[in-house]
Write a protein that binds this ligand. Structure first.
Ligand code: ZN
Length: 485
């Protein structure tokens, strides 16, 4: 009954503007509902950091907490963390002080924002309070997710990298001309069904692929030309492209015509501004989170096992469940990980509801003469459900609007930068009674961010397992960038 009370309190306290939704177990993973609750949360945020209407676009990602009540079968879906952004900085702009956000893609910002939320929830339980996320686990000093809680990950667009290499198929025998604009909505509406049918082996579908283009940040975008497939004898004629390049050590893409352009299943690094980055694509990171958990090394000190997404929901966008599954499940064969860690393949779903600040929608509403070129928005928004400073807007890895002079000072840092998340972790540690210290933090002399990460031995064992068995070419972060305190 406690859960029912919480559900109703939460809903009456937040309602639509705060994006919480009370439903039943039957529609627990309804992708349109998940998308709507994320867009509502985004819409409720102030303008700061959002794209300029009709000229700029961005991408959105969010973590949705789902709480079930076993007695009433009611389900509360609540956005607990959100991120927007499309940019990534190059090697030369990385900071040894952990104060710059290297990767500001929406998925990464959303996950880091979620870490702030989880840390606050852990602070609550450490102080003896009641958390809506955690309950005590059996090992000393360890916590686990309450049995009635699960997490979903939402992205308004297919993650960059491997999942974006989406086959475009055509039938030799029956290809139809472009649909008039009036029919496009129904064509889009059928997309979800067509994507679903791909996994069930039904080969009759309707596909929408207009103008192929590579976004300014190199993300694959394929929108527009409409080809209708009705034959069983369809074949892959091309693939959507990703701007993320194969990691060093891996043969590069053949860049041949059509479907021979890309290698599939490869680890890829994100494009920066003309300079290569050391940052892995969102497909690769998502695949890693599905094996090691999305809590990261630091929080794993306090958690028994990894935290995994039960489902990944995409907005209306070019999407292939096959490509997304391929990208995420590359780690499915990994074995021998420590207890509590194992590859989890989330349920994959797509919504038919579009993000209005996304690229497709912006291009459609764009007036080229009035507004010039459509560009990705330079800012990244981080928001999470915490009591103090939930919103954090950055540009170029620093707080938006900081003066050149204040770069490098604490005021210029994002609250989701490595160093700020590390300091939140240290505060959590201060709250921990000595008798409640987990084994991984006992009797060790630790001071730097790297020290604490390395000391998370079970997480590191799991990471070593993943790296030696599947992701052998995953580039290591330069150690000199992790020694800050
Ligand atoms: Zn990305």
């Amino acid at each position: 009954m406690e859960c029912v009370r919480e559900c109703s309190q939460s809903v009456s306290g937040t309602h639509v503007g705060q994006a919480a939704l009370l439903g039943t177990e039957g529609d627990m993973w309804d992708p349109d509902e998940v998308a709507r609750v994320c867009y509502e949360r985004y819409n409720a945020l102030p303008r700061r950091g959002k794209p300029e209407g009709g000229r700029e676009w961005t991408q959105l990602a969010a973590v949705v907490q789902v709480t079930r009540c076993p007695d009433t079968h009611c389900v509360l879906k609540e956005v607990v963390a959100l991120g927007t952004g499309t940019k990534c900085i190059g090697r030369s702009a990385m900071s040894p002080k952990g104060d710059v956000l290297n990767d500001s893609h929406a998925e990464v910002i959303a996950r880091r924002s979620c870490l702030r939320y989880l840390m606050e929830q852990l602070c609550v339980v450490m102080r003896g309070g009641h958390s809506s996320v955690f309950c005590r686990a059996d090992q000393t000093g360890k916590w686990r997710i309450r049995p009635d809680v699960s997490f979903l990950f939402f992205c308004s667009h297919t993650p960059c990298g491997d999942a974006s290499i989406i086959p475009m198929t055509e039938s030799k025998t029956q290809q139809r001309p472009l649909l008039p604009p009036a029919n496009q909505e129904s064509a889009h509406g059928d997309r979800k069904r067509s994507a679903e049918s791909e996994t069930s082996g039904v080969r009759k579908r309707l596909r929408v692929n207009r103008e192929r283009d590579v976004g300014d940040d190199g993300m694959s975008v394929a929108l527009g030309s409409v080809c209708v497939e009705v034959s069983l004898a369809e074949q892959v004629c091309d693939v959507h492209r990703t701007g993320a390049k194969c990691v060093p050590g891996m043969p590069s893409d053949p860049r041949g015509p059509g479907r021979d352009f890309h290698t599939v299943g490869a680890l890829r690094v994100k494009p920066g501004r003309g300079e290569p980055t050391l940052t892995l694509s969102c497909s690769d990171k998502l695949s890693r989170w599905c094996t090691l958990g999305f809590q990261g090394a630091l929080l794993s000190h306090f958690l028994q096992g990894g935290m995994y997404f039960s489902a990944v929901v995409l907005g209306k966008c070019p999407y292939s469940p096959h490509a997304l599954h391929r990208a995420i499940s590359r780690c499915a064969s990994v074995t021998g990980l420590p207890a509590g860690f194992s590859p989890h393949t989330p349920e994959l779903l797509q919504s038919s509801v579009e993000f209005t600040h996304g690229r497709t929608h912006t291009l459609q509403s764009h007036d080229a003469l009035q507004q010039g070129r459509v560009v990705p928005c330079g800012a990244a928004i981080s928001w999470c459900s915490v009591s103090s400073q939930p919103l954090d807007v950055t540009a170029n890895g620093y707080k938006q609007g900081v003066t050149k002079k204040s770069l490098g000072t604490p005021q210029a840092r994002s609250l989701v930068s490595k160093v700020e998340l590390f300091h939140s972790f240290l505060k959590l540690l201060e709250l921990t009674d000595d008798s409640e210290l987990p084994d991984s933090l006992r009797g060790k002399d630790l001071s730097s961010y790297l020290d604490y990460k390395v000391a998370a031995d079970e997480y590191q064992q799991a990471w070593t397992g993943l790296r030696t068995q599947v992701f052998t070419l995953w580039p290591q972060s330069p150690r000199e960038l992790l020694h800050f305190t």
